[in-house]
Ligand binder design. Structure first.
Ligand SMILES: Nc1ncnc2c1ncn2[C@@H]1O[C@H](COP(=O)(O)OP(=O)(O)O)[C@@H](O)[C@H]1O
Ligand SMILES: [Mg+2]
Length: 363
C-alpha cells in the first residue's frame, strides 16, 4: 500500500518545481463510477492543483496498479511509465508529461535512490471520455456530428501512421508481443477468462492460438510497414470536447508498430457498442455501422494503405478478446459475447479483412 498524502505531493512539487511551488488542491479523477462499462482500469489518477511562481497549474498524477497482465512488479510498471514519459510528447494530441518519479520506501514522492513504485505526472487535459458519446448514441442520441468525429479520428491516425521506420526487428517484436505478451493475446487467454469458459471452450482457445502462429509468419513479411502508432486507441483513452476536437492519453507498448492495430482498436469498439445496442440480433447495424463505415472509409482514403487490411485480423483478435472478457466487461449479455466469439474466430479465415461486410464474420 502507498499512503499518498497532500504533504507528500506538496514535498514533491517543491522538489520538482522549486521552493515557491504550493499545492492548492488534490482530488480524484476518473474514478470507477465514471468509467462506464469498462470496469477494470489500470490507474487511479489524481488531479493536482498547484501554484508555481504565483501561476496556477494543474496536473494528473498516476501510479499504475499492479495486475496479472505482466505488471506484477514495480519494475514492470516503471518501464511503462518511463516509456510514456519519453515518447508521449512526440505524438501529436497526446497528453504532455510534466514529471516522472518514484515513491520511496517512506512513501515520499521522489523525482528518481530506493524506489518502491513509479509515478507519472501529466498535464491536465480538458474534455470528457469518448465512451460517453458512444453511450449517448447507444441510447438513441445519434447526431451527424458523430460521423464527423469518427472521420477526425481516422484522419489523425492516418497522419500519425504516415511516419515510417525501417527496423524489421522492431516490427517482429511488435507482432511477437501481440501474440505472446502478458498484456496481449496469450496473457488475456490465461488470465481474463475462466477455464472452462461458458462461451469459448478450451479447445477453441487452443485452435485460436495455433491459427495465430500462421498469422505471425504472414506478418513477418510486412516488416516494412513499421509506423508510428498510439498503441491503445480506445474510447477510454480519447478525450473529446463535444465540438469535434480531441486529445489522447495512455500511449502504449512502444512507439512503433503496425498501423492496423490502432484502426482495429477503435473499430472493435464501434462493433461492441453496436452489438450492445441490439444484443439479440448479433449483427452490426444502425448508427454504429454508420460510424464503422465512415471510420474505415476515411482512414483508407487518407492513408492510402489498403494493405493494412492484410494485417488487421490478429489485432482484431486481441481487441475482441479484451471486449469479450468477463473480467474486463462483466455485464455483457450472452448473445453479445457469442457474436464477439464468432467475430474473433472467423476474422482469421480471410487474408484481407472485409470491412464492408463485417456481418459476414458475425453470422
Ligand atoms: N491528463 C489527464 N487529463 C484529463 N483527464 C485525465 C488525464 N489522465 C486521466 N484522465 C481521466 O481519468 C481516466 C482514467 O485514467 P487512465 O490513466 O486512462 O486510467 P486507465 O488506463 O486505468 O483507465 C481517463 O479516462 C480520463 O477520463
Ligand atoms: Mg486509460
Amino acid at each position: 500500500m502507498i499512503d499518498l498524502t497532500p504533504e507528500s505531493v506538496q514535498a514533491y512539487l517543491r522538489a520538482a518545481y522549486g521552493e515557491d511551488a504550493r499545492l492548492l488542491d488534490l482530488g480524484s479523477i476518473g474514478t470507477l463510477d465514471k468509467q462506464g462499462i469498462k470496469r477494470f482500469g489500470y490507474g487511479k489518477p489524481l488531479l493536482v492543483h498547484f501554484e508555481v511562481g504565483g501561476q496556477r497549474r494543474e496536473g494528473v498524477l498516476s501510479i499504475m496498479r499492479g495486475d496479472k497482465y505482466g505488471h506484477q512488479f514495480y519494475w514492470d510498471r516503471a518501464a511503462i511509465l518511463m516509456f510514456q514519459y519519453e515518447t508521449s510528447a512526440r505524438l501529436p494530441r497526446h497528453v504532455r508529461p510534466l514529471g516522472l518519479g518514484y515513491v520511496d520506501e517512506a512513501d515520499r514522492l521522489v523525482p528518481v535512490a530506493a524506489p518502491k513504485e513509479f509515478f507519472i505526472l501529466n498535464e491536465k487535459l480538458e474534455g470528457y471520455d469518448y465512451f460517453v458519446d458512444l453511450d449517448r448514441i447507444r441510447n438513441g442520441g445519434f447526431r451527424p456530428a458523430d460521423v464527423e468525429q469518427a472521420r477526425a479520428f481516422a484522419r489523425w491516425l492516418a497522419e500519425v501512421h504516415a511516419t515510417k521506420k525501417d527496423d524489421a526487428d522492431l516490427y517482429y517484436r511488435h507482432v511477437r508481443n501481440l501474440l505472446g505478451a502478458s498484456e496481449c493475446i496469450m496473457g488475456l487467454v490465461d488470465e481474463a477468462f475462466p477455464h472452462p469458459c461458458e462461451f469459448l471452450p478450451d479447445a477453441a482457445f487452443v485452435a485460436l492460438e495455433k491459427r495465430l502462429i500462421d498469422w505471425r509468419w504472414r506478418l513477418r513479411g510486412f516488416s516494412h510497414r513499421l509506423s508510428a502508432v498510439h498503441g491503445d486507441f480506445h474510447p477510454w483513452n480519447v478525450l473529446v470536447d463535444g465540438a469535434g476536437g480531441f486529445s489522447v492519453l495512455d500511449r502504449s507498448r512502444g512507439e512503433w508498430g503496425e498501423p492496423a492495430g490502432d484502426v482495429a482498436t477503435m473499430a472493435a469498439n464501434y462493433l461492441l457498442f453496436g452489438l450492445l445496442s441490439s444484443p439479440e440480433q448479433g449483427l452490426l447495424a444502425g448508427p454504429f455501422e454508420t460510424l464503422w463505415r465512415a471510420f474505415f472509409k476515411e482512414y483508407l482514403e487518407r492513408s492510402g494503405d489498403q494493405d493494412c487490411l492484410r494485417a488487421m485480423a490478429p489485432f482484431f483478435v486481441f481487441r475482441a478478446l479484451v471486449i469479450v472478457s468477463p473480467e474486463w466487461y462483466p455485464d455483457h449479455p450472452l448473445p453479445v459475447r457469442r457474436a464477439l466469439v464468432r467475430f474473433l474466430t472467423h476474422v482469421l479465415e480471410d487474408d484481407i479483412f472485409d470491412w464492408r461486410h463485417v456481418n459476414r464474420y458475425l453470422e
